[in-house]
Design a protein around this ligand. Structure first.
Ligand code: ADP
Ligand code: TRP
Length: 318
């Protein structure tokens, strides 16, 4: 069984990425035959037009992946833009992708509404994502809820291709953990790099503290009972807790835990869990990173080429 997931290098990783993507991916890594994690730098070009920033973010994200515990001996870590088969397959898939399928994609509409330029690249984003997934004959794609529709689109495109030409592609399935499907940000909306509402994993401690202390809450008084189900502090904190601990803490909220104390405890919890990752990250050497990528890119290229040979044959190209 093969697992694959990608993250755009469009800013620093945050708790939403950690619980929505990194942790489930690490769990799948233990169960899968082979896992693939890649830096979706071609996707990042749809929203980022600053070469120096992209370069920096790409380097950072590899360090972040390694620090989070992706063992390069078990996981293939690679760069999307180093495997030209992604864009070759994007084109071939786009010729069997109905316009209507892309017109229904909510992420495109959301991004345009946020003010991102409505380019052809942004519109065909899901087709490139389908190419990413299908090239490696992926079975499982662990993602946050916001990406579910994209994986379903990849499945639809694969079905259409297999029916039109030949049974080339494995049909992928999204894997989404219900309890962490959407991690709220400090303003209550989905935590996202593009909303400036994140709790970053690898920023200075003071930045993390400031983000947590700035979580927006309602105006209930210090000792008033709080509703854990609607409180963003608790909604983030419970992700770190098991069921029993979570119920106990919910009880404290109902008994009037102050928001200031709740935030302080969340901060301590976050730092405790992130500490080993942060220590590991600061010990990583740039040379190790380039070795990991070289090895990962080579393995990815082999597999991508294997699939592309089948695709070219199926459609009648040389
Ligand atoms: P962002 O929205 O911050 O740009 P990405 O789009 O790069 O994040 O997402 C990378 C991965 O992290 C995806 O699998 C996505 O579903 C997951 N993810 C991002 N934000 C959240 C969140 N707030 N809650 C749960 N999962 C998330
Ligand atoms: N679109 C994903 C995101 O923004 C990143 C991504 C690109 C991806 N290609 C992928 C995720 C393939 C999983 C599989 O989060």
């Amino acid at each position: 069984m093969r697992v694959l997931s990608g993250i755009q290098p469009s800013g620093s990783l945050h708790l939403g990425n950690y619980f929505g993507s990194i942790r489930p991916n690490l769990e799948w890594l233990k169960k899968s035959d082979e896992s693939f994690f890649f830096i979706a730098d071609l996707h990042a070009l749809t929203t980022m037009q600053d070469a120096a920033k992209l370069k920096q973010a790409r380097e950072d994200i590899v360090l972040d992946y390694l620090a989070c515990g992706f063992d390069p001996d078990k996981a293939v870590i690679f760069e999307q833009s180093q495997i030209p088969e992604h864009t070759e397959l994007l084109w071939i898939l786009s010729t069997v992708t109905p316009m209507g399928l892309l017109e229904r994609a909510v992420s495109y509409k959301d991004k345009v509404q946020q003010g991102i330029a409505a380019s052809a690249g942004l519109f065909t984003y899901p087709v490139l994502m389908a190419a990413d997934i299908l090239l490696y004959q992926t079975n499982i794609v662990p993602v946050g809820r916001d990406q579910k529709q994209h994986v379903e689109i990849a499945r639809d495109i694969a079905t259409k291709f297999n029916r039109t030409f030949d049974e080339v592609f494995t049909l992928p399935e999204p894997f989404i953990r219900a309890e962490v499907s959407v991690v709220p940000g400090t303003d209550g909306r989905k935590m996202s790099k593009s909303y400036g509402n994140t709790i970053p994993l690898f920023a200075e401690e003071s930045v993390i503290k400031k983000a947590i202390m700035g979580i927006q809450t309602d105006s209930k008084g210090m000792n008033d009972p709080k509703d854990p189900d609607t409180c963003p502090i608790f909604q983030i904190h419970r992700l770190f807790l098991d069921k029993k601990e979570s119920e106990e803490m919910a009880g404290e909220y109902r008994n009037g835990l102050s928001y200031a104390d709740a935030k302080k405890r969340l901060f301590e919890q976050v730092m405790e869990v992130l500490k080993p990752l942060r220590v590991r990250r600061s010990a990583l050497k740039p040379k190790e990173v380039s070795q990991v990528l070289q090895q990962g890119n080579a393995r990815a290229r082999d597999l991508a080429e294997e699939t592309m040979q089948k695709v070219r044959k199926a459609v009648g190209l040389r």
